[in-house]
Design a protein around this ligand. Structure first.
Ligand SMILES: Nc1nc2c(ncn2[C@@H]2O[C@H](COP(=O)(O)OP(=O)(O)OP(=O)(O)O)[C@@H](O)[C@H]2O)c(=O)[nH]1
Ligand SMILES: [Mg+2]
Length: 379
């Protein structure tokens, strides 16, 4: 008698009732099921951190024109072409799984190269913001540098910030939001990892008295990290920055509301970026929502980024910490957790200039090797 299907029961479900259903299955299938089961158990789809950094070989596409990715949208990207005009493009299927980021040098085609690709409109539509895609990105060139931060867990080992930059300027306001030295140490790790020149930009200098020497920054001053005190509203401290921008690609990074976009507007008024106020808690309002590549007349480029809440150093090399905390003794840098940062006797013996930096070092040391902090799973 033929079996009858109950409502909601699929043909596959019936199939599994047969004894030979599993023997028909090939090895690949059972591996896939195993992976899926693991994922259900831990709630984590882990990605290989190294694989995320690899790019496909672009050599087959070198005959196509090159452009710079200046902004990512959810469905497409904006490109700056060689003649400095802006064109919107979709991502070709060949780049499936490749994470492109602002600053990437890409090869694009204005003729659809893949059958499933959307047909571009025949007449050239409005270029720049609001236009529909006119091209397809098919390859990405090797990156000179890649600025990235650690992701939340193994589903996302890295979060990319900008490709092909030369300098990282970490912006920290004297107040609103308050200056947090911990963020500067983290940014220094990111810059060292990417091989970028690191500068600290103190913003909203007009909001604190001139007598305030900002002692929080003393450890960085002693290391010789360049620190620039600026007030974009009053136009103070901006001239030296213009000098550093010549022919350089500079990424501005910092908490929301520290005044990154205001600073970009002061250095490059044509950018006319939207700036925001502050919430009643003195934090920013996340006014900038995507990183934006802004070429300047001087030949340099500024990259404005959305405000960050935190900078994770998960997955970075612990050896970098020696350069971030150079004043700490060698024995501490080798094994920071062997020292009790709250024990007076230990601190007296080590005779540290900034004892609170030992705790910072321990925090970063632990975080660098932290696997899946949110899920508390070690895989
Ligand atoms: N007093 C003073 N206020 C400033 C200065 N620079 C920026 N602000 C104010 O700070 C607020 C936030 O500025 P934005 O430029 O939008 O900050 P942002 O860092 O781009 O913020 P997100 O885009 O959210 O990351 C605005 O109300 C600015 O007017 C400054 O030099 N002095
Ligand atoms: Mg902004």
């Amino acid at each position: 008698m033929p079996r009858r299907f109950r409502l909601g029961q699929s043909r596959e479900a019936q199939d599994l009732d047969h004894r030979e259903a599993y023997t028909r299955e090939r090895g690949g299938e059972s591996k896939r099921r195993q992976r899926q089961a693991e994922r259900l158990e831990t709630g984590i789809e882990s990605h290989d951190a190294q694989a995320l950094l690899r790019l496909p070989d672009p050599s087959a596409w070198m005959h196509l024109p090159e452009a710079t990715l200046i902004q990512r949208h959810s469905q497409w990207v904006d490109l700056e072409l060689a003649d400095r005009s802006v064109m919107r493009a979709t991502l070709g299927g060949k780049l499936k799984g490749v994470r492109l980021v602002c600053g990437d040098r890409v090869r694009y085609s204005t003729v659809p190269l893949e059958p499933e690709a959307p047909q571009f409109p025949p007449s050239p539509p409005v270029r720049g913001d609001g236009g529909s895609p006119e091209a397809q990105v098919v390859a990405v060139m090797p990156r000179k540098t890649l600025l990235k931060r650690g992701g939340g867990d193994d589903r996302e080992p890295w979060q990319f910030i900008c490709a092909n930059a030369d300098e990282l300027w970490i912006c920290a306001a004297v107040v609103d939001p308050p200056l947090r030295p911990g963020l500067l140490e983290r940014a220094q790790v990111l810059a060292l990892d990417a091989g970028l020149t690191f500068r600290v930009l103190v913003t909203k200098r007009d909001r604190a008295s001139k007598k305030d020497t900002l002692p929080e920054l003393d450890p960085l001053r002693e290391q010789g990290v360049p620190i620039h005190e600026t007030s974009a509203l009053k136009g103070e401290g901006l001239d030296p920055l213009r000098g550093f921008l010549q022919e350089r690609v500079v990424v501005l990074l910092g908490h929301s509301g520290v005044g990154k976009s205001t600073l970009v507007n002061a250095l490059h008024p044509e950018a006319a970026l939207r700036t925001g106020g502050l919430t009643r808690f003195g934090t920013g309002k996340q006014t900038t929502t995507a990183a934006r590549w802004l070429p300047l007349h001087s030949g340099g480029t500024l990259v404005d980024t959305p405000g960050i809440r935190s900078l994770s150093v998960r997955g970075f090399d612990r050896a970098l910490l020696g350069q971030v905390f150079p004043e700490l003794p060698e024995e501490v840098l080798k094994d920071p957790l062997a020292f009790d940062a709250e024990d007076e006797g230990t601190l007296d013996r080590l005779d540290l200039a900034y004892p609170e930096r030992l705790q910072s070092l321990q925090r970063l040391w632990l975080e660098m090797d932290d696997r899946n902090p949110n899920q508390n799973v070690w895989r």
